[in-house]
Design a protein around this ligand. Structure first.
Ligand code: COI
Length: 355
């Protein structure tokens, strides 16, 4: 389907106020946002408007019952300065999977991609040119119907915001293996990118940070034994030459960086296995010297190299080097910025806005 997306532009862009050398994730927003409304059973009025506040009724159902889901993705520039999106159709599909789980309407996948292309074209001056930086895109959907009863809402908003971002971590990270709190149980919402999953992670993450760790390593809800994922990313271990990542069992986010890392590793000739993996197995591998490296993979963080995993009374030393993680990171960055052939067909070009 082809869509008309009217654009109301700001009079003066704020892009000149941005220090491209210092852009922590999520602190600065571009000039415009994409919005679409869901009413009477359909998505209507897609538009791009100046970034600003959205009037919200205090009874908006997302505020009370948490019908809110989101995506995270990034836009880059290729070597000719053309903006490019990384696997946007995957985010469109995942948003709708999350929507299904949370009783929310699906958003048309072609409009999702079209809205992104229009917004990124308009905001191309905000894409940071530096290696490791990108324009972070945050598509999200929430129930904005004012209603106190408990049922699926009938009114929603879908919005895409854009926020330039520099590197997430500048050093190797430390994870806290969490045995008191859980992130997801079988039958729960773990695989959905639901706002509530992140809300429930905030307190445990604060406690882990107070102990000197960067993020929480989540374990299964029943036995606190199997590794699921990390605060804002999936996780990979290299044990005895083979890469292992927790399998998708409904409690683990189906990360787009995760699946891209699997493809890149396999393309480089590595064996990658998606299976259950226990903390005990990682501990043993660390002790017997077969734990070669470990890294996290996510949109916001990219590839985050793991130094150690802490748990009550002991520390699992991982590694102070991640040669393959670094290589995968370089390959992904080179694909995203058009420096090497996109042999997987992942990149979608947008265009620089016509003056
Ligand atoms: C992302 O990597 O895009 C995420 O959604 C993680 C976010 C909570 C920072």
């Amino acid at each position: 389907m082809s869509y008309t997306i009217p654009i109301t532009k700001v009079e003066t862009s704020k892009v000149d106020t941005l220090d491209f050398n210092n852009i922590p994730l999520g602190t600065t927003f571009t000039d415009h946002m994409f919005i679409c409304d869901y009413e009477n059973g359909e998505w209507v009025n897609p538009r791009i408007v100046p970034m600003g506040l959205i009037p919200t009724h205090p009874a908006a159902m997302a505020l009370h019952y948490g019908q809110a889901i989101f995506e995270g993705m990034k836009a880059y520039k290729d070597t000719d300065g053309e903006p490019m999106l990384f696997r946007p159709e995957q985010n469109a599909k995942r948003l709708n999977k999350s929507a299904d789980r949370m009783g929310m309407p699906n958003f048309p996948e072609d409009l999702f991609v079209e809205g992104l292309k229009e917004l990124v074209s308009l905001e191309h001056n905000w894409i940071p040119p530096k290696e490791g930086s990108a324009l972070y895109l945050r598509p999200f959907m929430y129930a904005d119907e004012p209603f106190i009863g408990m049922r699926a809402a009938t009114h929603y908003k879908f919005i895409i915001m854009a926020s330039p971002a520099g590197p997430f971590f500048s050093k190797r990270i430390k994870l806290w293996a969490e045995k008191q709190f859980i992130r997801a149980a079988h039958g729960g919402t773990g695989e959905a990118k639901a706002a509530g999953n992140y809300a429930a992670a905030i307190r445990p993450t604060e406690l882990a940070k107070a102990k000197g760790y960067d993020q929480v390593l989540w374990l299964d809800a029943a036995e606190h034994k199997y590794i699921q994922e990390v605060g804002t990313m999936n996780i990979f271990f290299k044990i005895n030459g083979e890469f292992i990542t927790p399998k998708l069992d409904g409690s683990v986010l189906d990360g787009i960086t995760r699946k891209s890392v699997i493809d890149v590793l396999r393309d480089k000739g590595f064996k990658v296995t998606e299976r259950l993996i226990t903390l005990e197995e990682v501990k043993e591998a660390s002790h017997n010297g077969t734990l070669e490296e470990a890294f996290g993979a996510g949109t916001a963080v990219g590839i985050a190299y793991i130094q150690e995993i802490g748990l009550e009374g002991e520390t699992i030393q991982v590694s102070d080097q991640s040669p393959i993680g670094l290589e995968v990171n370089d390959t992904l960055n080179a694909i995203k910025t058009g420096q090497i052939e996109d042999k997987f067909g992942w990149m979608l070009k947008t265009r620089k806005e016509l003056a």
